[in-house]
Every structure is written in C-alpha cells, then in structure tokens.
Design a protein around this ligand. Structure first.
Ligand code: GTP
Length: 556
C-alpha cells in the first residue's frame, strides 16, 4: 500500500478499526488467559490436593487398622498364658492368612525371645534389640519403613527383585498384675502401601503425568521404590492440604501438593504424601485455550477489518464521487453535476453546496467573459480610434496647411525612403523643383489672399498631374518639389514639361495666369545623400530662373 493510499478515508477507518479490535482482542485474550490460567491452576492444584489427601486417608486408615489389630491381639492374655501357646500360634496364623501383606506375626517374651510366630519363622530368635521390641514394651508402636534383616533370607523374594521392606506394628502384652509378658508384633510388607498408591493411579493421572511420592520425616522418598536414592523432593514443601508451583531437582516447574499421613496416636511417623504435576501439562488446556482465543481474535479482527473496509467504502464512495466530479469540472467539463446521496445527509448537504458553488462560479465566469469581451471590443474600438487619430495626426503633421500637399517634413521622410530603396535596388528616382515666377509681384499686385489662392491652385495642378506616379510637396514659400520614383531622365523631363505647360495654361485666379520654372535632377549611385539630388535640382531651377524662367532645366 502506497503512502497516498494510506491517507485515504477508507484506509484510515480500516486500520483504526483493525487496531482497536486487535487491541481489544489482545486485552480479552490476555485477561481471559489470566482468569482461565488462575482458575485452571487452582483446579489442578485442588485436584492434586484431593489425590494427596485421598492417599493419605487410605494410608492412615490402613495404619490404624493394622495398629488396632495388633492392640487387640495384645489384649488377648489367655493366648499368652497357656503352656504350649498353641492357641496363640493358631490365632497368629489366622491373622496372617486374613491379610496378605502381613509378612510376619510373632510374639517375643519379656526377654526378647520369639516364642510363637507365623510359619515358625524366627522362633527362638533373640529380637530384644529390634526397635519394634524395644519400643513395643512400653506401648503400641509403629516403626518407620525398614529393610528386612532377620527375615530377609527366610521370606520369598519380591517379583520385581526389590528388597523386602517392612513397617512394624507392635504392642506390649501386660498381664493382670501389670507385668510385661512380652511384645506381640506384625511386619507389614511395604507392598500394601504400593497397592494403595497403585489404586490411586488412574489412567487420567498417567496421561496428566501426575507423580505420587511418600516421604518420611527426614525427607527420604519411601515410595516409589524405583526412585529411591535418585530423586529428592524440594526441601520446602507446601503446607498440609495446600499446593504450590515448585522447581524440583530436574529444574522443571511442578504443581506440588502435600498431605500428612495421620499416624495413630501412639506413634508419630511424619509421613507425607507428595503429588506433583508438570505446570506445562497442568496449563496445557489453558495454552490451547489461549491459542484458540488468539486465533479467533485474529480471525474476527480480520473479518471486522474487511467489514470496516466495505463500510468505509460505502461512506467514502459519495465523497470520492464528489471529488471525481470536482476534478472533471477543474479539467473544464462544465456539463457535470454533483450527484446527491440520499442516504447520507451530510454528503447530500455538501453535494448541494458544491453544486451551488459551481453554478455561482460558472455564472461569475460567464459575467467575466462577457465583461472581458465588452472590454476587448472597447479596447479594439479605442485602438482603432487612436490609430485613426494617429493617422489623421500623422497626415496633418505631414501636410502643408495652405496647399494640402506634403510639407517639408513629409518630403524629407519620402526622400530618405526612396533614397534607401534606390541604393538597395538601383531603381532611380527624379526630383523636380518648381518655383512660381515673379510671385512677389502677384502678392504686391493682388494681395496675399490672391497669392495664397494661386499657390493652392498651383499645388492642385501639380497634384492632379503627378497623381499616383509620385508625390508633390511644398518646399517652402512659392516653391514646390515633385518626387518621381522608379523613373528615368526622359520620363522626368517629360513630366516637368507637362507640369510647366499646365501651370502656364491654368487660370490661377480670376483672369490671372502665372508661369513657373523647373529644375530636374536624377538620383545617382554616386550620391552620398539625398540632399545632393535636391541640390542639383535646385541648381537646375536656379539656372532656369537665370535663363529666362518658364522653362525646364535638367541637371546632368
Ligand atoms: N501670398 C503669399 N505669398 C508668399 C507666400 N510665401 C512667400 N510669398 C511671397 O513670395 C514672394 C517671393 O518672391 P521672390 O523670392 O523675390 O521671388 P519672385 O518674386 O517669385 O521672383 P523669381 O522667383 O525670381 O521669379 C515673396 O514676395 C513672398 O512674400 C505665401 O504663403 N503667400
């Protein structure tokens, strides 16, 4: 997307909507993840607590049951007071057969000598130094888990090859006199604890990677046997019935719960059930939920962005159409109109305003064009008038006021022009100087008014005869000059003679006739200035005057 496209109404709404929804989704996903993970963590922890307490309860019940059994056995004094102890032997055998995890049941006298025992094992042996005997003399006793010593070689090996281990239960046999008759004891095979824990292992527990441990007061792991020695529980464990997230010795984070195994009142074993589950497994559901929510958030954001893009398009389309119309008008198309949008009031209002503005501008443009054309016509008219005035002024400036022929100024301009032309093209021109003879007498005799009339008449004769073949100018006073372009000596002489004749024959005023003298000169390529031609014509005129007047003299 180019920078220009980003700065469109549509793109901005889309990006804004996407950003808001993405932010909202992230907030929702994060908060829901937090709530779900907290709840799931609590639920998982409570689940582990439930397992640990359940196992604890089962073990406690079992310990109490075993202790109760040994206490009951110790109370049956008659069994210990018969001579051959046969009834005791029978009872021991019955009890052993009633509970499969009893590995050994026996009775030792006050000196610690075994007098009766299951299967006769250790009969006659001295057990006075065994903890169960020492502690059992003073009251009911439960011994911590230990390996079989004396019975190790006498009992069948466990199938898994592990060492035989017992939990001892013992109780004193006190006669009616309060004297110690001996100590009766059972060795419960540790398999019973394994059985209890195995029953707690469900398929769900296995798939959830839940591990269960029994640890004693010293923190030693009693169960499971295959982890003995290579695993240790964290030194600080959660309080009874609670759970925590703890780092174990493998460096992994585990949700961990503990439950104390309640020992019978007589003995404090201090066993604890420890149940753990990797936090990653416990939180896997939350992580899946998190991924799902994130995916849904992104999909819904994209979906909403597409919707926003379409919606923004619907909103921006009338504006884009107005912009397009405005552009067409800018390019000179005056036949377009701003279309109204019936759905959006603001756009309709804008469209009408633009239409009104356009009509107003077009109206003003039309007025301006009209004003412009009027102004142009006025300027043209004024220019024409000025040109006419100029022409008129020019003509006036170049005209002799009395005779209406060219004046000296115009004569000089014409001479310069034809002199340049002659120098460029080689075409010759002729100058005829005309001077009225004895004009002073006319003035003197008839007055200046008649003199003026004669001069006007004389100019008119010259002008009529020369016509388009040349120009006539008043040189000054009663003297005229005729300029004949593109001519030769013969034509010039001929024209001078014609002029002389007509002046002579023309009645200049009532009954008044005059003559005039003529001096003719031709342009020469040797001339450096037109005045040289004038001077030669003037000299010829002077000569005509000198030699009798009313004649044409040519300057060679
Ligand atoms: N009425 C009138 N007379 C003029 C005008 N301009 C010059 N004159 C007169 O023309 C006369 C010219 O006289 P001159 O120069 O002596 O020459 P001329 O009398 O014509 O004699 P030649 O030229 O020698 O034949 C003068 O008397 C001027 O006063 C004019 O505009 N009107």
């Amino acid at each position: 997307m180019t920078l220009q496209r980003i700065h469109t109404f549509r793109s901005r709404i889309t990006i804004l909507t996407g950003g808001l929804l993405l932010s909202l989704s992230l907030v929702l996903v994060t908060s829901s993840y937090y709530v779900a993970s907290t709840r799931l963590s609590n639920a998982s922890g409570e689940y582990l607590v439930g397992i640990s307490q359940s196992i604890s309860n089962m073990l406690t019940a079992n310990l109490i049951e075993r202790e109760r059994e040994i206490i009951l056995l110790s109370k049956r004094l008659s069994l210990y007071q018969s001579d051959n102890l046969s009834e005791l032997q029978q009872t021991i055998d019955q009890i052993k057969n009633s509970y499969k995890h009893y590995a050994w049941i026996g009775f030792a006298n006050a000196d610690g000598v075994v007098l009766a025992s299951s299967d006769g094992l250790l009969k006659g042996a001295d057990v006075s130094q065994r903890p169960w005997f020492i502690n059992g003399r003073s009251g009911p006793f439960i011994g911590d888990l230990h390996k079989a010593l004396l019975l190790e070689s006498l009992l069948p090996k466990p199938e898994d090859g592990s060492a035989i281990r017992f939990v001892d239960f013992s109780a004193p046999v006190i006669n009616e006199d309060g004297k110690l008759e001996g100590v009766v004891a059972t060795h419960a095979n540790w398999l019973w604890a394994k059985e209890v824990l195995s029953s707690s292992f469900t398929e769900a527990s296995k798939t959830k990677e839940i591990d269960m441990y029994i640890v004693n007061n010293d923190g030693d792991v009693l169960y499971p046997d295959n982890h003995l020695g290579d695993i240790s529980v964290p030194t600080t464990l959660p309080k009874d019935g609670q759970f925590e997230s703890l780092i174990w010795q493998d460096g992994k984070d585990y949700l961990t719960s503990t439950a104390f195994v309640d020992s019978p009142e007589s003995t404090h074993l201090g066993w604890r059930i420890v149940v753990r589950q990797p936090v990653a497994i416990a939180m896997s559901t939350v992580n899946e939920l998190h991924k799902l929510l994130l995916t849904l958030g992104i999909i819904s954001t994209l979906f909403c962005m597409i919707l926003a893009y379409r919606l923004a398009g619907m909103l921006s389309f009338p504006l884009e159409r107005l912009a397009g119309t405005a552009k067409r008008i800018q390019q000179g198309d005056k036949n377009v109109t701003f279309q109204e949008d019936n759905q959006l009031h603001e756009v309709t209002s804008l469209s009408r305003s633009l239409q009104d503005m356009m009509l107003s501008l077009l109206d003003r443009e039309q007025t301006l064009l009209q004003l412009n054309s009027t102004l142009e016509a006025k300027v043209q008219s004024r220019t024409a008038q000025l040109e006419a005035t100029n022409q008129s002024l020019k003509a006036i400036v170049r005209q002799d006021r009395l005779t209406q022929v060219y004046n000296r100024l115009a004569l000089d301009e014409e001479l310069i022009k034809h002199y340049e032309l002659a120098r460029e093209s080689g075409n010759q021109f002729a100058i005829i100087m005309v001077d009225a003879d004895h004009f002073k007498k006319i003035n003197d005799q008839y007055g200046h008014t008649i003199g003026d009339k004669v001069l006007k008449r004389m100019a008119a004769v010259l002008k009529n005869l020369v016509d388009n073949s040349g120009i006539v100018a008043r040189f000054g006073g009663e003297e005229f000059t005729v300029l004949l372009p593109n001519t030769d000596v013969e034509n010039a002489q001929k024209m001078a003679e014609i002029l002389r004749e007509h002046i002579e024959k023309t009645e200049m005023a009532d009954g008044l006739y005059i003559t005039a003298s003529f001096g003719v000169a031709m342009y020469s390529a040797d001339d450096d200035h037109y005045e040289q031609v004038l001077n030669r014509a003037d000299a010829a005129l002077y000569k005509a005057k000198e030699t009798g007047r009313n004649k044409v003299v040519f300057s060679y």
